[in-house]
Design a protein around this ligand. Sequence first.
Ligand code: SF4
Length: 643
Amino acid sequence: MGNFHPIRVQTMTTTDTMDTMATVEQSIRCIESGAELVRITAPSKNEAENLLNIKNELRKRGYKTPLVADIHFTPNAAEIAARIVEKVRVNPGNYVDKKKFEQIDYTDAEYAEEIERIRDRFTPLVKICKEYGTAMRIGTNHGSLSDRIMSRYGDTPVGMVESAMEFLRIARNESYHNIILSMKSSNPQVMVQAYRLLVNTMQNEFDACYPLHLGVTEAGDGEDGRIKSAIGIGSLLEDGIGDTIRVSLTEDPEFEIPVCKDLVNRYTNRENLSNQVSVIPPIEKISYSPFEYKRRKSFDIGNIGSKHVPVVVADFMLTEKILHQDLTSVGYSYDEQTDKWNIGDAAADYLYTGNNAVDFALPGTLKVICDYSKWKQLVEETPANAQLNFPLFIGREYLQYGDRSAVLNFVSIDTNTEDAWEILQEIRKDDSIVLCLWSTHPHAMASVRKYIVELSNQDIRCPIILAVESHEKIIDEQLIHFSTDTGALFLDGMGDGIWLMNDPNAIQNTKVRGRTYLEAKNNHQFINNTSFSILQATRTRISKTEYISCPSCGRTLFDLQETTAKIRSVTHHLKGVKIAIMGCIVNGPGEMADADFGYVGSGPGKITLYKGKEVVKRSVDSEVAVQELVNLLKESDAWVEPA
Ligand code: SF4
């Protein structure tokens, strides 16, 4: 692992570590699915000792896959596990410190004393690892930073990096380098910034980088879990950062592996292309900070750009005759009796109709983009059409045709062409232009990013819609493609809209776990959901409830998949509310990050409910806990009745 070795894929068991056979069987299912490392929780000395039985049984059955012990709070367990398995994971937020959510003002001398205390407690583990040839992951979690780090650096990527660096410096002092690091968060924006900052910090301090394990924690399940993970992990892999990945889904661990593989394959296969494609010119002057979010400055044209949330374009180019009911899939349901539209929270803003027209009155929040020739015909026939229909110029058409909308013109540009750079000189003079950027380059995200950086460097402020067309054959692969190519740019403030396209007839596998898209006619819904989920995951446009659910592990006290589904079924309409569903009270409260409400397992059959970081209801019977959560939402004015 590391350097130029392949990117390794891994997962973590969810069984009770004391149940040797169940853990062995589940590990085997993960290994057979392709896991190259298997992590197992070791919450106390007993579980750490039982790792030997698990390892022996696996080796007896011919499985040599490295095992990793997952440690929180218990140095004693780590010191036992490090003598048994190939790698231990420690969380610098809780290896020595106990979290009490206290704000303490440390003097420099007091802070240095704390570091010495960590050195005393952590060095024995380093020595054991050195002696046994055991590897170590220093795994920081955004949600479980120690009170000491929080007091000095706050809940920030800088704090996450410093938390790991304190441990890394101690290990290096012992000349121990068999180390990998991670900077996980359930918020892909924080996660990406923290990894970049870590690389930068290691490079500056040591003139070298240790390998990195990438992951988005508590990503959830189904499409949302895949999208969040792909945005966080994919954005970094796009930049060549990352040596092993884990996709944390609230699903059985073996289901994580195909998603990991799809992600890794995108980049593994690209290496073979490096000699065959044109090189994207390097960015000479970076126009944004990779370490903090700031939206690119753009004009305000209609409802696009500037401070408007990114718009969503629904592509109906292949639908010759668009009917009222077709729009249900993109958030608009029509009631024939009252002749009224009902508009959902995830309703598209623009409809691209290609060379077709819509022959009925659309809801007021939906406008039409059509090809230039169609637009010209429509406005020549009926001038009032110019208020609702806007032209799309494909590349050079913008230079060739003089007729323009007085309000809003869309220009589609493949940033991998000479034309793109020629057009750039013209668009600087036009403040009615929205650019729809895409690229035929195999490194499409980097190609589009190069172009956007150039726009910023030249102070060209047209709004930008990020357009991606996926030809992947599997739904999961399409999700990953869409998420990485647009998500990486949204995370850096570079998009004012999203436009996703695919060929529904080319999709061979129409299943995403939890949902099935059986027919091509559901494709609009799939694309619309994906667009809004990408915007939600990048926190650029909130349209639904956000779930932060842990993947579960040997500490889990209830059926996370079933409970998550139950909670989702009653709260899915609470737009913008963040609900954490965590399997245990040991790590759950710390790791639920910035959730508004928490549902945390606190004992067999018992749940503790949180509002923010505050305990509101303790030891609630799990039979009534979902209803109690709803009551808490009501008491907190976070509830609305479902439509
Ligand atoms: S929060 Fe979930 S994944 Fe994390 S330790 Fe607890 S049960 Fe395991």
